[in-house]
Ligand binder design. Structure first.
Ligand SMILES: Nc1ncnc2c1ncn2[C@@H]1O[C@H](COP(=O)(O)OP(=O)(O)O)[C@@H](O)[C@H]1O
Ligand SMILES: [Mg+2]
Length: 603
């Protein structure tokens, strides 16, 4: 694959906006519904904080006006000066308190909400059908649970409040200015169109560059992750140099976008400063002239300069904040989309759990496909008597595992039905159905925790002694005892510190512990060596006694004594019968045994 060349994909991507920003916003507000009083309090705090900020220039102006130039020097109205300075102090302290409270409250509310959202989303994840996971990468789902939720938290805690604060500050400052002096307001407005233009034009470029940088960073991360997780393959194929070359391309591109983004954003502040200073100069000049004529006081000019600052700050930020909210809403939208995914169909209303499972299974004309138009099982019919041992064989991709997945109701067949003890499995509660079976799969899933906990996963309420007995039955006891802490050895992520065969033995022990009426072994011993397999085999014979067993095996030696062997090809059963009968047929099964014997002979 031309990974290096593909590295520029997505470069031209624009800001990701929510498709239905208004809808997502309203829905986000709805998640806050239970917290209305807190929200109102926050907005009240924002408003009062803004009012306090708007008050301070006024007080400052008054304080300055306490000094009056008279003929022989400066006269000071001490009382007014002190009073204004005291007020000013109170306003500043009050403002600090208010913004602290507001920050604390919005952090609390947003984290509470996001915590709930995370909980709901995770719970939702557990209800989704496997087909949902088939169509998505783990990374995609993970990023929904983490990044997108984090974005929602941002928009809740900062975005909306800041935006609201900016808007009212803008209008408040404008109003105060107008009240103080209409003529000075006009002067102050002279530079506004320029700064507006500057933010609009430059900000667009900056945003595009930051976005490009972000995208590059994502690609770079993806590359690093891929190379790290594929380290063995990379080394095995001597692809280190290629990996470095690919990395270098991405790295250089990231450097370029990084520089551009920084330089551009570095330009804005000085330019803004320049514009602001021009504005001040105009104000000071014109204001000074007005003051000399006695139309206004010097205090008004001072207050005015402060107001223009309060006015221009939100003006520069609003566009950015708006964009931030937009992309956060896009994140929220993705979260909500996952919330709205169709869950696994509910258990039938009249579903009755089976009290005692006999273990009779039947598939009646089952047709199934994962993707429309690509049938995996075609007209699959099978009936298994309680206690029978059925073997499924056939080439890879024949549909053997799919049979098991349908039986466990991981997927629903499009046609036909599957019955357990004569009851269609759609009429059983899923829990009861799945409790009736234990699965041992080729790729064993282990969880972080001790060996003991992992075996106990088969039946959570079992005692330590039962766990150990199950391990002995499964033939896992010997290797567990050789582990440094025996049964209390902590397994790393998915049992990375065990061999595949050892992992399988653990999962067999799990099945032993679960002690179900139906046992499903899907290439359960494909990863253990022949000697261990023989041990396991003995354990299995013991385990299978008195249970209905569905055994999928690659090595035919393991299923010789099955009651019925089914040979599958392309989703159909092409042969069925006991081994003796199948060999006599000299058909597909016979061929399979022949080729395996030839392979073994060649070894
Ligand atoms: N989750 C899935 N989504 C789409 N196709 C799948 C999925 N699992 C299996 N398949 C396809 O279904 C066919 C049968 O797969 P499977 O039942 O696993 O075969 P077997 O176990 O006999 O090797 C294969 O062609 C495989 O590509
Ligand atoms: Mg399989």
């Amino acid at each position: 694959m031309g990974r290096g060349g593909g590295g520029h994909r997505g470069m031209g991507r624009q800001i990701v906006r929510a498709r239905d920003a208004r809808g997502s916003f309203l829905r986000l507000l709805r998640t806050l519904r239970g917290r209305t009083p807190w929200l109102l309090l926050i907005f009240a705090l924002v408003i009062s904080g803004t009012c306090l900020s708007l008050l301070s220039p006024l007080l400052l102006g008054r304080a300055i006006d306490a000094l009056k130039v008279v003929k022989d020097g400066v006269s000071v109205d001490m009382e007014q000066l002190l009073r204004m300075l005291l007020f000013l102090l109170l306003v500043y302290v009050g403002n600090t308190l208010v913004s602290f409270l507001q920050g604390w409250l919005s952090a609390k509310i947003s984290q509470d909400t996001v915590c709930e959202l995370r909980r709901d989303l995770f719970a939702k994840l557990q209800t989704l059908p496997l087909s949902f996971f088939d169509g998505r990468t783990h990374g995609e789902i993970l990023s929904r649970m983490t990044n997108d939720i984090e974005m929602v938290a941002q928009v809740l805690s900062r975005g909306v409040v800041d935006f609201f604060g900016s808007v009212i500050t803008l209008f408040g400052a404008l109003l105060s200015m107008l009240l103080l002096s209409g003529r000075l307001t006009m002067t102050a407005m002279v530079t506004v169109p320029f700064s507006f233009l500057l933010t609009k034009v430059v900000a667009k470029h900056i945003r595009a560059n930051f976005l490009a940088q972000q995208t590059m960073l994502g690609l770079l991360n993806g590359h690093i992750e891929e190379i790290i997780s594929a380290q063995k393959t990379v080394k095995a194929f001597n692809h280190e140099e290629q990996a470095i070359a690919d990395f270098t391309i991405l790295n250089q591109e990231l450097r370029r976008t990084g520089i551009r983004a920084r330089v551009l954003s570095g330009i804005v502040m000085p330019l803004m400063g320049l514009l602001n200073n021009v504005g001040y100069a105009l104000l000071a000049g014109y204001g000074g002239w007005l003051a000399m004529r006695g139309d206004i006081t010097v205090g008004v000019i001072a207050a005015f300069i402060q107001y223009t600052r309060q006015f221009s700050r939100p003006l520069n930020h609003i566009a950015n904040q708006y964009n931030e909210i937009q992309s956060a809403l896009a994140g929220a939208e993705r979260v909500f989309a996952m919330m709205d995914e169709e869950p696994e169909s509910a258990d039938a209303a009249d579903a009755q759990p089976l009290s005692a499972v006999r273990g009779e299974l039947s598939f009646e004309n089952v047709c199934f496909s994962y993707k429309e138009g690509e049938p995996v099982l075609r007209d699959f019919t099978l009936s298994v008597q309680p206690g029978q041992k059925i073997a499924l064989v056939g080439s890879t991709g024949a549909g053997k595992t799919t049979v098991v997945s349908l039986l466990m109701r991981f997927y629903e067949p499009q046609q036909g039905r599957i019955c357990l003890d004569g009851v269609p499995i759609t009429q059983l509660p899923r829990q009861s159905l799945r409790q009736a079976m234990a699965m041992v799969l080729q790729d064993t899933q282990l969880f972080s925790g001790s060996v003991r906990d992992n075996i106990r996963y088969g039946r959570l309420e079992s005692s330590d002694a039962e766990v150990e007995a199950a391990a002995r039955t499964a033939g896992a006891d010997a290797f567990i005892c050789r582990l440094p802490q025996g049964y209390d050895t902590i397994l790393s992520e998915n049992g990375g510190n065990l061999s595949q065969g050892q992992r399988q033995l653990l999962s067999i022990a799990r099945a032993v512990l679960a002690d179900p009426p139906i046992l499903i072994l899907d290439e359960a011993t494909s990863n253990v060596d022949t000697r261990t397999e023989m041990c396991v085999q003995r354990a299995m014979i013991h385990l299978m006694k008195g249970r209905t067993c569905l055994v999928i095996a690659h090595r035919l030696s393991t299923i010789r004594d099955a009651d019925v062997i089914l040979v599958m090809a392309e989703g159909r059963i092409v042969e069925r019968g006991a081994r003796r009968e199948l060999l006599a047929l000299r058909g597909a099964y016979w061929q399979l045994e022949q080729s395996q014997a030839a392979l073994l002979g060649a070894e």
